[in-house]
Design a protein around this ligand. Sequence first.
Ligand code: 2P0
Length: 325
Amino acid sequence: MAAYTARAHTNIALLKYWGKADAQLILPTTTSISLTLNEFYTETTVEFDEQLPHDQIILNGRVLKAHERQKIERFLDLVRQLAGIKTYARMVSINHVPTAAGLASSASAFAALAGAASAAAHMSLDPSDLSRLARQGSGSASRSIFGGFVQWDRGTDSNNSVAHSLKDPVDWPIQLITVIVSDQPKAVDSRSGMQNAFSNSPYYQAWVQHTNNSVPAMQAAIANYDLDTLGRLAEQNALEMHAQNMVANPPFNYLTDTSWGLIKMVQTLREQGLSVYATMDAGPNVKIISRPQDTEAIMTQLQQTYPDLKTQIATPGPGIQIWEE
Ligand code: 2P0
């Protein structure tokens, strides 16, 4: 069977996914809205081969051992089940998401795997079906099938929990400056962190309600080129997500003193009249939502306050691309 390659880009959530209504199918408690990023992506090639005694997974040039392959094998099992085949696969994947960027790669990884594996298994899936499939590998991957601004409807079943495009290509100046506070693996992975918040935060339902209620305002901000409303909603949503973790049991916190210092810096720049807003995912890095024209002013302030921290700038990116090798 022919080999297929897919390239999928990472995304940053502006309204976040943080908890599952159904852990088996990966149905989220919130509808989330994201921006796909051009600079960071995963490229994955899959070929089903009758000769293979088990799946062979090569990630960034390294052959994964049996215990490291489990999550990917489970996903390939799902593809085999849908395609009605039993053949094992060879998967070669390269992450163009520098670990130092501190950006999540599971979104681009499972989106690219869904695209390459389904094509290699001769299933011709449309983008919605690809999004449903990618979702079952990692929730945020459902959004990385599409470019630009994307919404993942939380839905009530596997069919209607799916992402769709809100605006692609993005025809307005928006960028994300990622400030790298740490490039170390996190102590609490997203999957268990969100499960703890879901089960133990006394404010969890308030977070769900407020996130879902913010969807129309975020959609309007995107449609109206309104960076200030978009940024204000995104920053508040991120802080609300992190608040869930601080009151979970056991409590945990992805944000370090430096993260809080950066959030304060962003808020101060805003008081001085710049349109800058912060968002943070399951880690300490702070992403500054801003306009390209303000890069110099932001960088000057960063240099003065945190001269040792590295930064990466990301801009809106495209949806998945799939081709035969
Ligand atoms: C998001 N994150 O919406 C949120 C914000 C991190 C913080 O989606 O368990 O790797 O594989 O579905 O997608 C990270 O969680 O979790 C995530 P699983 P995933 O982008």
